[in-house]
Design a protein around this ligand. Structure first.
Ligand SMILES: [Zn+2]
Length: 140
């Protein structure tokens, strides 16, 4: 039986995130104690259509993390320049891009917390300042 852990992280599968997200997890004190769920666009599928196959897959992974490992906190991380959103080029400017991700994360947070009543969702935006430099900004 696996041990109980505190949290899971939903992130995009984009390889550019991996080493910096690992550092971020170490800084949060959750490295090796956090399930990682990687899906292109992170929670985008849940926002676009909560009944879509991708959304169902994501929600199933969250449910398993909760049932198998007893997670209490779900970190929901979107990132700028995300290919699933068309990258930087799909937006008029950086502000518009960040606002879209923040709005989508908040919608997903609401939907996820409705389905998992003891789970607390923390939204984090990974702002890509270059392919290797990322600022992690926790959202209220
Ligand atoms: Zn992405």
């Amino acid at each position: 039986m696996a041990k109980q852990i505190e949290s899971a992280l939903v992130r995009c599968m984009d390889y550019r995130l991996t080493s910096r997200v690992n550092t971020w997890m170490e800084e949060q004190g959750i490295m090796d104690m956090c399930d990682i769920i990687s899906l292109a666009g992170a929670s985008q599928a849940v926002v676009v259509d909560v009944d879509s196959p991708d959304a169902r897959c994501l929600l199933r992974q969250i449910r398993l993390a909760k049932e198998l490992h007893g997670i209490q906190t779900l970190y929901l991380m979107h990132h700028t320049d995300c290919g699933a959103y068309g990258g930087h080029g799909a937006f008029e400017n950086e502000t518009q891009e960040q606002e879209k991700h923040i709005a989508d994360m908040h919608k997903a947070k609401k939907l996820i917390e409705e389905q998992f009543d003891t789970l607390s969702v923390v939204c984090v935006l990974a702002v890509m300042t270059s392919d290797t430099d990322i600022d992690f900004v926790e959202q209220e």
